[in-house]
Design a protein around this ligand. Structure first.
Ligand code: SDX
Length: 431
């Protein structure tokens, strides 16, 4: 814990309470309210955790006003340009950029864990073919604890590390199998001669009937999407993983909980919702109608891919993603993609509209990721599974960090109770 030389004073009635203030390495100061209830008999109220630091962390820092995202201190735009996903995984897991031999060993370990237990193939066949791949991923990842119980002892550091490697390695295989199953094609086994992103594309798009060559530009774009989604401080799904972990649940159960939370359209499901919105808008001439709906308080419609709880400036990931979108669409000769044309016009119209400027609503990471994934040939139902695959390293890094925190306690928030006070039971005859 950083220095507590500063103190906050809270006065309630004629009592004043002293609350320690912690100064982080960067970002806003934090007031420690842990003793507030025992000292003053009051709770604080923050249902969306807009002003609540739920943990200590050294992994990722976001400055929403500057549009900054750092992983272990390294800016996301530098990592997206100079690094690659498995190196970022090492950085998030271990806290430093690996030397060449460390990286080689790590990549070899991940590569050799990419297959899943053959018995798990039967799981997929128990789902309907038209099940959403996220439903399949929640089920299969949760079931991993039934197959890999030799890495579920959360008090054993070696088992924690093996579980981390297994999850990072097997998530692309599981996501690809969910996709293949949904389109009635045979599963494609991982290949150790391909790198992480190329292997995922090969498992998704190869068929036994012919050779499938992964285009290196698409593999690079895929790897960049993985990197841009790897971790993001204490977002909803990461907080879900931390809360599940605080009860002592095994790593596979915790990650399955994170996948379930990410699925929501306000969170990781936004990339699918964004593309469906762009297709519903159809042509740029209908953009004003949708902008008006997004501003109408009586209309629940929101511009998917816009806005963010923390970023009140451009999401730095969206900036990189936009560059990638142009590269991929140029390569695939779909630079005239009507969806991209609508996306670019929508972005221009929204950024020029005072409503979005006042509310600091900018395109977020989900705005362009869907366009790239669609151009690559993924159906919209696979957009969030790709996000979940990418975010697994963030979830598991935060999970490991929390388990190593001596201050860790089971997460158990309280409430502002507005219900009935005590009253006696009424027999049915008297109601
Ligand atoms: C992700 O937390 C993370 O880090 C998440 C993530 C990660 O990497 O883990 O970055 C990934 O989830 C990105 C966000 C993807 N979601 C979307 O694109 C869905 C559309 N966005 C909104 O639902 C919304 O912006 C949220 C959920 C992202 C953030 O909502 P907040 O912070 O709770 O803000 P709010 O709902 O209180 O909105 C503030 C105001 C409201 O107007 P008023 O009530 O003040 O008049 O802004 C308006 C909202 O109506 N608003 C929007 C809007 N988002 C907010 N209006 C129109 N379109 C939008 N997209």
């Amino acid at each position: 814990m950083s220095d507590t030389s500063k103190t906050a004073h809270l006065t309630i009635g004629d009592s004043t309470y002293e609350l320690p203030i912690y100064t982080p390495s960067t970002g806003p100061d934090v007031i420690d309210i842990r003793q507030l209830y025992s000292q003053a008999g009051v709770f604080t109220y923050d249902p969306g955790f807009t002003s609540t630091a739920a943990c200590d962390s050294t992994i990722t820092f976001i400055d929403g006003d500057k549009g900054e995202l750092l992983h272990r201190g390294y800016p996301i735009d530098q990592l997206a340009e100079k690094s690659h996903y498995l190196e970022v995984c090492f950085l998030l897991l271990y806290g430093y950029l690996p030397k060449a031999d460390e990286l080689e060993n790590f990549e070899k370990t991940i590569t050799q864990h990419t297959m899943i237990h053959e018995q798990m193939h039967n799981f997929f066949r128990g789902f309907r073919r038209d099940a959403h791949p996220m439903a399949t991923m929640v089920g299969v990842v949760g079931a991993m604890s039934a197959f890999y119980h030799d890495s579920t002892d959360i008090n054993n550091p070696r088992e924690r590390e093996i579980a981390s490697h297994r999850l990072i390695a097997k998530m692309p295989t599981i996501a690809a199998m969910a996709y293949k199953y949904s389109i009635g094609q045979p599963f494609v086994y991982p290949r150790n001669d391909l790198d992480y992103a190329a292997n995922f594309l090969h498992m998704c798009f190869a068929v036994p009937a012919e050779e499938y060559q992964v285009d290196p530009i698409l593999a690079r774009a895929m790897d960049r999407i993985f990197t841009l989604h790897a971790d993001h401080e204490q977002n909803a799904s990461t907080s879900t993983v931390r809360l599940a972990s605080s009860s002592g649940a095994n790593p596979f159960a915790c990650i399955a909980a994170g996948i379930a939370c990410l699925w929501g359209p306000a969170h990781g499901g936004a990339n699918q919702a964004c593309l469906e919105m762009l297709k519903e808008i159809g042509t740029p001439d209908r953009i004003p109608e949708y902008i008006a709906r997004a501003k109408d308080k009586n209309d629940p419609f929101r511009l998917m891919g816009f806005g963010h709880r923390v970023y009140k400036n451009f999401d730095p990931r969206a900036t990189v993603m936009k560059q990638s979108a142009d590269e991929v669409l140029d390569l695939l000769g779909v630079e005239n993609n009507p969806v991209l044309a609508t996306a670019k016009e929508l972005e221009k119209a929204a950024l020029a509209d005072p409503y979005f400027a006042e509310k600091k609503l900018f395109p977020n990471v989900d705005f362009y990721s869907g366009i790239i994934l669609e151009a690559m040939g993924f159906p919209t139902s696979m957009f969030t599974p790709v996000f979940a695959l990418s975010r697994t390293v963030g979830w598991i890094s935060q999970w490991k960090e929390q388990l190593a925190d001596p201050q860790m306690k089971i997460g158990r928030p309280r409430q502002l109770y507005q219900g009935e006070t005590m009253r006696d039971y009424v027999d049915i005859e008297s109601r």
